[in-house]
Design a protein around this ligand. Structure first.
Ligand SMILES: NC(=O)c1ccc[n+]([C@@H]2O[C@H](COP(=O)([O-])OP(=O)(O)OC[C@H]3O[C@@H](n4cnc5c(N)ncnc54)[C@H](O)[C@@H]3O)[C@@H](O)[C@H]2O)c1
Length: 353
């Protein structure tokens, strides 16, 4: 077991967004680490990892809309935790164009409701708020963005997450003036891949859907370079933050958890590699979409702070991340999604489910 995972044994931890992709993985890691895990989110989509996995071993799963301030307040008035990982969000750029106000409501005010209620009711000792690499003002620079660079965000999703960072900053200040010294930090990572992601408009879920359907996968932006990272790598970073907070180490206010330089591959390179991993894959079909809505160009993170202060580093490079994702898909068909989750968590951390 990774030396910090044992810090969670017996701890009461809330994961908001536990019915989502990253949240389900994180909740299961915490359950296997021996934590008492609580979840707070909207109901799971029928084909989501949370629904497919069945029983993740969560102590209490609460369906609650974080836009509803009163309900969030009542929840924290009746629950206390050692720590909170706040992942609940509207995380899709394209949906944020169709539903900008809802995206801001959930990502910005939802986070304010959670932090305010947690602080008011002294309901937790620390909170790690998950934002994204898209919080930085993208000036198309080549080197990695560091945590102190200006925030920005052109599209509604990125702007809402930059505003989430402002919420974190404000409640850090409020917490520092309150009697209860609740530590609040943010974690910034980019797009991740991994088993069980069924989101719309993401390359790997699109490829896997095409593999199952026996058709070619349509690729929109073949030459775009994306930061490919396996979900376990940033989750490991979030857990390292929680562990440092539990040890009362003076940690920074925000950390980047980006993929390494070796993971800079184009969409086309990744799609072609994925096809080599699936027997019978029909390949890709390139359709350049000139009417596509604006998505930020390549934005690379420097993760030196996380390496220096938390001892964090990526375990996977891009092709290994794809291979693990496709391996998960195959294993989940042979055994079950839950067994596939457990097997990969066990392999990553050396924990016995
Ligand atoms: N998946 C990625 O590649 C990626 C990249 C960068 C950042 N993130 C961030 O990580 C977090 C998790 O992302 P994900 O990919 O697992 O997303 P997801 O869509 O799979 O899950 C989102 C979760 O948030 C919950 N949620 C949404 N609106 C809510 C509301 N109004 N009230 C309560 N719960 C609500 C959903 O029920 C779900 O549990 C998000 O904060 C996202 O912005 C994800």
């Amino acid at each position: 077991m990774s030396n910090f995972l044992k810090d969670y044994s017996g701890k009461k931890i809330l994961v908001t967004g536990h019915t989502g992709f990253k949240g389900a993985w994180l909740a299961r890691i915490l359950v296997l680490a021996g934590a008492e895990v609580y979840g707070l989110a909207l109901a799971a989509e029928t084909n989501s990892l949370f629904s497919l996995a069945g029983d993740l071993g969560i102590k209490e799963s609460t369906i609650l809309d974080i836009r509803d301030r009163n309900k969030v307040d009542s929840y924290f008035a009746t629950h206390t935790f050692d720590g909170v990982f706040h992942l609940a969000a509207q995380p899709l750029v394209r949906r944020s164009y169709k539903e900008p106000v809802e995206t801001f409501d959930t990502n910005v005010m939802g986070t304010a409701h959670v932090l305010n209620a947690a602080l008011t009711h002294k309901a937790t000792k620390w909170a790690v708020v998950i934002t994204t690499d898209k919080v930085y003002r993208n000036v198309e620079k080549l080197g990695g963005y560091t945590e102190d660079e200006p925030l920005g965000g052109k599209d509604p999703y990125s702007a809402s997450k930059a505003a989430t960072e402002m919420v974190v900053s404000a409640w850090q200040t409020i917490a520092s003036h309150s009697d209860e010294k609740i530590a609040i930090c943010s974690a910034r990572a980019g797009n991740v891949i991994g088993g069980g992601d069924t989101a719309e408009d993401r390359l790997i879920p699109d490829l896997i859907r095409s593999f199952h359907a026996g058709v070619k996968t349509v690729i929109r932006n073949p030459q775009s370079i994306r930061p490919w990272q396996h979900v376990l790598d940033p989750l490991n970073g979030y857990l390292a933050m929680g562990s440092a907070l539990m040890a009362h180490k003076g940690i920074s206010r925000a950390y980047n958890f980006g993929p390494g330089e070796e993971s800079k591959l184009t969409v086309e390179q990744m799609a072609e590699f994925a096809c080599t991993q699936w027997v019978g894959a029909k390949g890709i079909d390139i359709h350049v979409d000139s009417s596509a809505v604006h998505e930020a160009g390549l934005l690379w993170l420097s993760s030196e702070l996380a390496a220096k202060e938390l001892g964090w580093s990526n375990r996977f490079e891009a092709r290994e991340a794809i291979a693990w994702t496709i391996e998960w898909e195959k294993a989940s068909m042979i055994t079950s999604p839950l067994s596939a989750l457990d097997e990969q968590i066990q392999k990553f951390y050396g924990v016995k489910p």
